[in-house]
Write a protein that binds this ligand. Structure first.
Ligand SMILES: NC(=O)c1ccc[n+]([C@@H]2O[C@H](COP(=O)([O-])OP(=O)(O)OC[C@H]3O[C@@H](n4cnc5c(N)ncnc54)[C@H](O)[C@@H]3O)[C@@H](O)[C@H]2O)c1
Length: 351
């Protein structure tokens, strides 16, 4: 693998390899772009089969964070960290403190947070060694309430785009995944008068939405055929693909799941089918907004207000898509790139 070629491809700034024999720590920190601020992104713990796989993952995820923060109007750059190995076997206080020391060594260029297989307890150990960590239990804590509120706002903005009104009364919303975010989203939708068709692979998650909100449940694979106005993916990625897109009956897609498009061509397919797609990384930015607010001294109301702005961001993305005759997923990237370029030019003003 030619690492510098990889870094050059999307102009990554830095790739940091961290090793500590005494704890077994093997981590890689990727910093994509710090034009707008420190690179913030979570730490993923995964048993990668090869080092190349870990490098490719951290680079891809770090770049994704640049776009997410830039499009959401945050003063943050994009970064991510991956820890290689089996979380069950490796986790310990010393392990995460070793990792914290490496982060501290970057002097604030990278700020970490939770991601797959890392918990607030792990972050608490990291925070013993560095101030550059966000999403701690005793501070901003669980981001899902803010994420769900932001998803709701993004969904309403996309509905407005298609139906000319924010009114959800009587609209049918199919929700895939009823976990931390999906369930809270269902509550907002129910309150707004929407009818719910839902699915999950966990029976107890389905039951609470059916019992409490009167939702109609379908089998996991049937959600793609549901007769609905809006589809809200809130479970896992790559669910908009060759097999599912032709089956969809909705006019709007807006949900919390990351990386919903299996490939970019599926964003084009949605466009061709006349389905309004609210780009996932903008719709679900409530999570990063929550940790961003922690950096400034956490205040939940301020985090919710900022997440409410996802409505306006989605409306702007649809406007750019219309203006430039491009799909919304391209418009979202363009908006992020334009903001980075515009703020980047300020460097010419000497302070
Ligand atoms: N929690 C946040 O603040 C946040 C922020 C940004 C993005 N996201 C993304 O949103 C999604 C949901 O996050 P969450 O925190 O609610 O996760 P969660 O684990 O609490 O919930 C996910 C739910 O999806 C269900 N599920 C899994 N596979 C399924 C399948 N094949 N069909 C139907 N349901 C299935 C699970 O049983 C679970 O109930 C994830 O993709 C996550 O990465 C979450």
């Amino acid at each position: 693998m030619k690492i510098f070629d990889l870094l050059e491809q999307y102009d990554y700034e830095q790739l940091v390899f961290c090793q500590d024999k005494s704890t077994g720590l093997k981590a890689i920190i990727g910093i994509h772009d710090t034009t707008l601020g420190p690179a913030l992104g979570g730490t993923r713990f995964w048993n990668y089969e090869t080092e190349d796989e870990a490098i490719i993952d951290v680079l891809r995820l770090a770049r994704g964070m640049t776009y997410k923060s830039a499009a959401s109007g945050l003063n943050l750059g994009g970064g991510k960290a991956v820890i290689i190995g089996d979380p069950e076997k490796l986790k310990s206080e010393a392990f995460f403190r070793a990792f914290g020391r490496f982060i501290e060594g970057l002097a604030g260029r990278y700020i970490t947070a939770e991601d797959m297989n890392t918990t607030t307890q792990d972050l608490a150990y990291v925070s013993e060694e560095t101030q550059f960590v966000s999403g701690l239990e005793d501070k901003s804590g669980d981001p899902s309430p803010v994420t769900a509120f932001g998803v709701f706002q993004g969904l309403v903005a996309a509905v407005n785009e298609v139906y000319g009104s924010d009114d959800l009364e009587g609209k049918i919303v199919a929700v895939q995944g009823l976990g931390s975010v999906g369930y809270k989203l269902c509550k907002y939708l129910d309150k707004a008068g929407a009818k719910l068709i839902v699915t999950d692979i966990r029976k107890e998650h389905i039951e609470r939405v059916v019992k409490k909100l009167g939702a109609t449940a379908v089998a996991p694979d049937e959600i793609y055929d549901a007769q609905c106005d809006i589809f809200s993916p809130c479970a896992m990625g790559a669910i908009l693909n060759d097999f599912t897109v032709p089956r969809l009956k909705c006019k709007v897609i807006a949900g919390a799941a990351n990386n919903q498009l299996a490939e970019e061509k599926h964003g084009d397919m949605l466009e061709e089918r006349g389905i309004a797609y609210a780009p996932d990384f903008v719709v679900n930015a409530g999570g990063i907004i929550n940790v961003y607010e922690e950096l400034k001294g956490y205040n939940k109301d301020r985090a919710l207000t900022r997440a409410g702005n996802i409505y306006n961001t989605i409306k702007t993305i649809f406007a750019i898509a219309r203006r430039d005759k491009i799909p919304t997923y391209v418009a979202a990237n363009k908006m992020a790139e334009e903001r980075i370029a515009a703020v980047g030019k300020l460097a010419k003003i000497h302070l």
